[in-house]
Ligand binder design. Structure first.
Ligand code: NBG
Length: 817
């Protein structure tokens, strides 16, 4: 008998009518005047309905297959906008374009109405979102779990050259993508005390007494894989008060008092912490972490029990990935549930935990390795502190057995640092997991050799690497239609789910006609970006200049300052020699500084000051422009990256764990100028040394240079151009009315040893830029190198990355068709 035809979930014929119906029924609005936001929302609801039907079918297939599932726990997700991603992944683009046109709109304009979901700081959150896309596409049964913040990362405005932050109330007008599951509330406890008691069998047990409770409500955002048949979901928790408000206080006339506890509870999912100054003292952040973990584990265990097997099979059914240390309290929570609530023995519970958890480290910056004061943790989560202490005690016995008498080693490895009485979350994560991975080869090596060598010695084979990846659907197919069309026309569409296929483009680098088409696609993207910059900042930029781009969070280690020094030097050279044989350039820099990060904010001000001066100087006008792009975010990245020709990845070697922007640029045919840091090294190996501009100290040289006591003064004295650029910045050339504005930046460099080694890499950076100029003056050679970059980026697909996790860490097979 023939298989019944698969239901047509897309139903494109009725799309136009559906949109109109949703505008009326859900939004309660008139169809006239034809307001684009209303029609965007109507379209979104029409897509959502189709998505839900496919998601239900996927869920049924999970239950049928009884497959092991992975739970990706992350305090951050950075999905950006959903609409176009859904439409491309579901293959509905033509139908939607037609429906929008019939209603008098362009689909692209409707898509611009959507606000980004900015529930993350940067690379870590965006990585989580790329992995959701790849898990759905590769049919890896799994879910993302996080928090539905009311306010995502702040919105950045530039006022008089300075960053100002505005609250990002992204759901002010509701979000059609969030499905509230009001029927599945869980209770999460805080505070109170741990109480010992004896059970009827005479066993000493513990329970959590006199706790406050907060309700966690699951809100689902569905994630369709490419091809649209497999849909997974991201479950984000929103906090709700467990009590409403106190009627008694209210009756006594204390309305605000009555609302107090409600407000206190609901604060938990109010706002995402920007990754600035140490947040380790911030009780609310700890409560957020536990809130995510407690609600998620309840959900996982509910699902596990529903599917039948007992707890001994838990690790065969469940893999939990800890995205950085942020959700590490999960180790203690699972122990608490297994021991205190399910009454398993300690050893049995511990074996389950270790087989279940795996931990990804995303940074070696010491200030970002989380620790919590033990007394704070004990006040908020009293039973968990006891459990951590017990894990620690047993763990240190293991250490002592392996290295008898080595008290120093025990102190260094202890989970609770005996000196500071702080809980080292990374140590808890390492001890409680079966695998620990870094996010690029160099980073994983540094973790093993420098940051955690004694753990590596204790647990051979536990440390591993999974180099990050990015989803080609969002970052090439959707963001770069011009290039995607060209690629598909030559090699067919399969590259979208099998990125290694891009290698078929390699021979085309020798084909002048193809190179011409390649340049035309880039030029179209540059024009699109120029229109965007004009719209956003009123500034005209010329698409026939070299687009040199650095977009990422502002941080000293990422060295936006080194980029500025290159700009100032180029400016000086051009002023001295207006006929200098270099291509005209537009330097675009964007990124948010953490609100409390003084130096990063000052560097933004420096960039805007240099931009004002350079752009106003008629002598260099047509040769050099500098633009600061306000409010860098995912949707902006989708416009900027496809237009870039030069990608700046110039961190101090050893400090950028991986980077993922570097991959997005190269995939879109930009050439990288960069240091041997993070994934740049692997990108260099993939694209070939001659198709990338590498400069500067290696991670080992950085270490040796610092150890030898680096003297920036000597370096500056020996380099006239560097001295000149620093001098101009230092004496207010770019801010004549406030000559001392940048003194703190210079102090850092010249008086405090230049920790990030900007001056050490300056000359090498300039030489690399000379090579950039020379190659750009030969458009055929540049284009060939650009094609080779794209063609060699197959490895950096997040499909490859999640399949590596599935095989080597989660022990999960992708589902069949
Ligand atoms: C960031 C690193 C990046 C890396 C992303 C994703 C944190 C803590 N780390 O280099 O700085 O690409 O994680 O792994 O945000």
């Amino acid at each position: 008998m023939a298989k019944p035809a698969a239901p047509d979930f897309h139903q494109l014929e009725s799309l136009g009518e559906d949109i109109k119906r949703y505008v009326l029924s859900i939004l309660g609005n008139d169809l006239y005047p034809p307001d684009p936001f209303r029609y965007y929302s109507g379209l979104a609801y029409a897509i959502r309905e189709r998505l839900i039907r496919m998601w239900l079918a996927t869920q049924a297939s999970y239950y049928d297959s009884m497959s092991k599932r992975v739970y990706y726990l992350s305090m951050e997700f950075l999905p950006g906008r959903f609409l176009m991603n859904y439409i491309t992944n579901m293959g509905m683009e033509d139908g939607c374009r037609q429906a929008a046109a019939d209603l008098g709109f362009s689909l692209d304009d409707l898509a611009e109405e959507e606000r980004d979901a900015g529930l993350g700081n940067g690379g870590l959150g965006r990585l989580a979102s790329c992995y959701m896309d790849s898990m759905a596409t590769q049919r890896i049964p799994g879910y993302g779990y996080g928090i539905l913040y009311d306010y995502g990362l702040f919105h950045q405005r530039i006022v008089n050259g300075w960053q100002e932050e505005e609250a990002d109330n992204w759901r002010r007008h509701g979000s059609p993508w969030v499905i509230d599951r009001v029927e599945h509330l869980y209770e999460v406890k805080f505070y109170g005390r741990s109480e010992a008691y004896t059970d009827p069998q005479g066993v000493l047990r513990y329970r959590w007494a006199e706790a406050d409770t907060v309700m966690a409500m699951p809100c689902d955002i569905l994630i369709p894989g490419h091809g649209g048949k497999h849909v997974t979901n991201m479950r984000l928790w929103a906090a709700a008060s467990s009590t409403g408000f106190s009627l008694r206080d209210f009756n006594q006339g204390d309305f605000l008092g009555a609302m107090q506890s409600k407000i206190h509870s609901e604060n938990i999912s109010k706002v995402l912490y920007p990754n600035d100054e140490p947040i380790q003292g911030k009780e609310l952040r700890l409560r957020q972490q536990y809130f995510l973990v407690a609600a998620t584990l309840r959900d996982i265990i509910r699902r596990h029990k529903k599917s039948g097997p007992g707890f001994d099979e838990f690790p065969d059914q469940v893999a939990i990935q800890l995205n950085d240390t942020h959700p590490t309290i999960a180790v203690a929570e699972l122990m608490r549930i297994l021991v205190d609530e399910e009454f398993l023995g300690w050893d049995e519970a511990w074996a389950i935990c270790r087989r279940t958890f795996a931990y990804t480290n995303h940074t070696v910056l010491p200030e970002a390795l989380e620790t919590w004061p033990a007394d704070l943790l004990g006040r908020v989560l009293p039973r968990h502190l006891e459990i951590i202490a017990e894990i620690d005690r047993r763990f240190l016995l293991e250490v002592a057995a392996a290295h008898p008498g080595d008290q120093g080693r025990q102190n260094r490895l202890a989970i609770i640092d005996p000196a500071s009485r702080r809980v080292r979350m990374a140590h808890l994560a390492i001890v409680g997991s079966h695998k620990v991975n870094g996010v690029a080869r160099l980073h994983s090596d540094i973790l093993r050799e420098k940051v955690f060598p004694e753990f590596d010695a204790l647990y051979p084979g536990k440390f591993t690497n999974v180099t990050n990846g990015i989803t080609p659907r969002r970052w090439l197919l959707q963001a770069n239609p011009a290039l995607s069309r060209l690629i598909t026309a030559r090699i067919g569409p399969d590259w979208t789910t099998d990125l290694d296929r891009l290698a078929e483009l390699l021979p085309l680098a020798e084909d002048p006609d193809f190179r011409k088409d390649w340049r035309a696609a880039k030029r179209e993207n540059k024009k699109r970006l120029a229109r965007y910059v004009l719209r956003k900042s009123g500034m005209g930029i010329n698409p026939d200049t070299l687009f040199d781009v650095q977009v990422k969070r502002m941080h000293e280690y990422k060295r936006q300052f080194l980029n500025v020094l290159h700009v100032v030097t180029l400016y000086n050279r051009l002023r001295r020699d207006p006929h200098l044989a270099v291509p005209p350039r537009t330097v675009l820099i964007g990124g948010k500084a953490a609100p409390g990060y003084f130096m990063a904010k000052r560097i933004i001000r420096l960039i805007t000051a240099v931009a004002e001066t350079v752009n106003a100087d008629d002598a260099v006008r047509s040769r050099l422009r500098v633009v600061f792009l306000p409010n860098y975010c995912v949707s902006q990245a989708e416009k900027v990256i496809p237009a870039a020709e030069l990608s700046q990845q110039i961190s101090t070697a050893g400090m950028e764990a991986s980077g993922t922007g570097n991959m997005k640029f190269a995939l879109n045919g930009a050439l990288t100028i960069g240091t041997l840091d993070g994934a740049n090294i692997e990108i260099m190996e993939a694209v070939g040394r001659e198709n990338i501009f590498i400069f500067g100290l290696t991670a080992k040289e950085v270490e040796a240079t610092r150890a030898a006591g680096y003297d920036p003064g000597r370096r500056v004295a020996a380099d006239a151009e560097l001295a000149e650029a620093l001098d101009m910045i230092g004496r207010g050339y770019f801010t004549p009315s406030e000559p001392d504005l940048f003194a703190p930046i210079l102090d850092n460099l010249l008086r405090h040893g230049d920790y990030y080694l900007v001056t050490a890499d300056y000359r090498a950076c300039l030489e690399a830029q000379d090579a950039v100029n020379a190659l750009y003056l030969d458009p055929e050679a540049w284009t060939a190198a650009s094609i080779r970059n794209t063609a060699n980026m197959g490895f950096f697909s997040s499909d490859r990355a999640v399949l590596e996790y599935a095989k080597n860490i989660w022990n999960i097979e992708p589902l069949g068709e």
